[in-house]
Design a protein around this ligand. Structure first.
Ligand SMILES: NC(=O)c1ccc[n+]([C@@H]2O[C@H](COP(=O)([O-])OP(=O)(O)OC[C@H]3O[C@@H](n4cnc5c(N)ncnc54)[C@H](O)[C@@H]3O)[C@@H](O)[C@H]2O)c1
Length: 258
């Protein structure tokens, strides 16, 4: 028996589409034949330059610039995506991230901004997408990107970690609420990835570096392996998976290693 993943004919919406992990998601999903609706806060010109550098065929994607933390902009992108692809059935809420923010010196506004970006934005996306799927009776699939720190607290990331913890609970709650509609909601939870938003803090903060290396036995995840988890979840092989937090983290999220 040969098993391969063919996403031809499938349209997938991805937020935070120009980031470090997203690069490998976009490359793989496009290679599997999916048509992609990509959105990120960066301009169209920047997106074109980045996607050209990744050698993504312009015919395989549409790009919309939008701030995911602004519900009106999220509504606009989702509306445009469904106008172009009414059969769109997979949405990946991937935008997120933050640096180190010790609680004592993080203002109320900054804390709320991090929480909004990593949690509330995902609820804006879910709300806009479910409003499209419900009347069409689409058995859609929402996938969110969390992090192992949702379950492994660490210092200096309380806004980010609590937002990701909220996101995991939100996803599982929605999965339960929409089971009858045939809509699935899952989460991919990477460990510390040697790319993107965590590179700087890993390099600059010895305590964070020690924590990361201890919980994952010295290994950091590759963005490629995290992207593979998304490809699997987008595929028919995952059709019966719902309400799960799917960890690509070398087991770093299992529990604390002293
Ligand atoms: N890198 C890691 O170690 C790691 C670990 C666990 C989870 N994650 C999660 O994976 C996801 C991607 O992380 P990454 O490290 O690849 O990030 P990244 O910083 O490389 O990419 C984030 C992308 O989001 C875009 N963006 C920023 N603000 C935005 C906004 N307001 N609206 C829309 N787009 C915006 C950026 O332009 C960028 O392209 C995030 O959800 C992050 O929390 C990352």
């Amino acid at each position: 028996m040969t098993i391969s993943i063919d996403l031809c004919g499938k349209s997938i919406l991805l937020t935070g589409a120009l980031g470090a992990i997203a690069e490998h998601m976009v490359r793989r999903l496009a290679a599997a034949g999916a048509t992609l609706v990509l959105t990120d806060i960066r301009t169209e010109a920047e997106a074109k330059r980045i996607l050209d550098a990744w050698k993504i065929e312009p015919s395989s994607y549409l790009y919309f610039a939008a701030d995911i933390a602004d519900s009106n902009q999220v509504d606009r992108v989702v509306h445009a995506a469904f106008e172009k692809f009414p059969q769109l059935d997979t949405v990946i809420g991937h935008a997120g991230g933050c640096g180190l923010h010790p609680f004592a010196i993080t203002s109320e506004a900054e804390f709320e901004k991090i929480f909004r970006f990593n949690f509330l934005s995902q609820t804006y996306l879910a709300r806009a997408v479910l409003a499209q799927w419900s009347p069409r009776k689409t058995a859609g699939h929402l996938i969110f990107t969390s992090s192992y720190v949702a379950r492994m607290p660490h210092t200096k990331i309380s806004a980010y970690a609590s937002a990701k913890a909220a996101l995991e609970n939100f996803a599982r709650s929605l999965a339960m609420e929409y089971t009858e509609a045939g809509i699935r909601v899952n989460v991919v939870s990477p460990g510390n990835v040697a790319a993107g938003s965590s590179l700087k803090v890993f390099e600059e903060d010895p305590a964070y570096r020690e924590f990361v290396l201890r919980v994952s036995l010295g290994r950091r995840n590759s963005p490629e392996s995290v992207a593979d988890a998304f490809v699997f979840l987008c595929s028919p092989l995952a059709r019966e998976i719902n309400g799960q937090v799917f960890s690509a983290d070398y087991g770093g999220g299992i529990g604390n290693r002293l």
